[in-house]
Design a protein around this ligand. Structure first.
Ligand code: COA
Length: 281
């Protein structure tokens, strides 16, 4: 389990994002939910998009029960036509979209030699195509309103070889390239495009995505007994603890705030220093 962390304490001023509209894909669980909760706490109306209705209802219920603003929309980011329709609908309902958080992702460990075309396609379509579809769809709205921010979810695994993750590392490398390219292409429209590369955060979805095949010899970081988990955090992560959704949410809020006004095309690693210290697999 993650250690108790000061990162969960409020650090931004109340009302920082008052009047803003944020669309968060995959925002119903895990890191996406943490992002949705913080943006709503800071005053934004958060539209949470997810494939699964049960996640949407629970997330919106939890946020609105605290007196914040959130609504839900069913969306599979792989469906280009549906992405366009949802973005139009959100803009029509709220009059604007200030922030898009491309958080939806799907990963699993699988040997590259046996990866089926559909397995490859599934991850590329969710992570890379989905990020592009959503980002392209908000462009005309953000351009017409005089600017906006896009924050996408990358990772650190493609910074070196990461066996059994060819599909996800290829997709996330694509997201990095997209982030840098769109940052330059859309700067004249004042659309800031950045990404965050999270380190290990043991949410349920991440545990599922990073459960290695039984015979792969890859250690399952997230399935160990609690004391082993704590030991890994102390010895494997320079800053000595697991990450939390709030660690990532804080970076999103920073980038959404005026503090991020001169930041575009950047990919922020938020991982307690893990990737720099980790021995190659
Ligand atoms: N190893 C090898 N292939 C796998 C696999 C695995 N662990 N998991 C899925 N696949 C393959 C499927 O066999 C299928 O290919 P096929 O049609 O050739 O058999 C293809 O990937 C699509 O699988 P399916 O289950 O239909 O995909 P989906 O679109 O419903 O969901 C994921 C895809 C990635 C979302 C799903 O695998 C998943 O839930 N992953 C874990 C959770 C997660 O990724 N969370 C994000 C945290 S980063």
């Amino acid at each position: 389990m993650p250690d108790a962390t000061p990162a969960d304490a409020p650090v931004f001023r109340p009302g920082l994002l008052d009047g803003q509209v944020a669309l968060v894909t995959g925002g119903g669980t895990g890191i996406g939910l943490g992002i949705s909760e913080l943006l709503a706490e800071l005053g934004a109306h958060v539209v949470i998009a997810s494939r699964k209705a049960e996640h949407l209802d629970a997330a919106v219920g939890a946020i609105t029960a605290r007196g914040h603003r959130a609504s839900a929309v069913a969306l599979d980011v792989r469906d280009h036509e549906r992405v366009k329709a949802v973005v139009q609908e959100v803009a029509a309902t709220h009059g604007r979209i200030d922030l898009l958080v491309n958080n939806a992702a799907g990963n699993f460990y699988a040997p590259s030699a046996t990866l089926s075309p559909n397995a490859w396609k599934s991850v590329l379509e969710i992570d890379l195509y989905g990020t592009f579809y959503c980002t392209q769809a908000v462009y005309p709205i953000m351009a017409a309103q005089g600017g906006g921010r896009v924050v996408s979810t990358s990772m650190t695994l493609h910074y070196r070889g990461w066996p059994l993750m060819a599909h996800a590392t290829a997709a996330k490398a694509g997201i990095d390239a997209l982030t840098r390219t769109l940052a330059v292409e859309w700067a004249p429209q004042r659309i800031r495009v950045n990404a965050i590369a999270p380190g290990p955060i043991p949410t349920e979805g991440v545990r599922k995505a990073f459960a290695p095949p039984a015979d792969s010899g890859v250690p399952d970081l997230f399935a160990a007994a609690e004391e082993k988990m704590a030991e890994y955090a102390r010895t494997g992560i320079p800053l000595g603890r697991w990450g939390t959704p709030r660690d990532i949410a804080n970076m999103v809020a920073f980038l959404a705030s005026p503090a991020g006004d001169w930041i575009t095309g950047a990919i922020f690693v938020v991982d307690g220093g893990e990737w720099l210290a980790k021995p190659p697999m």
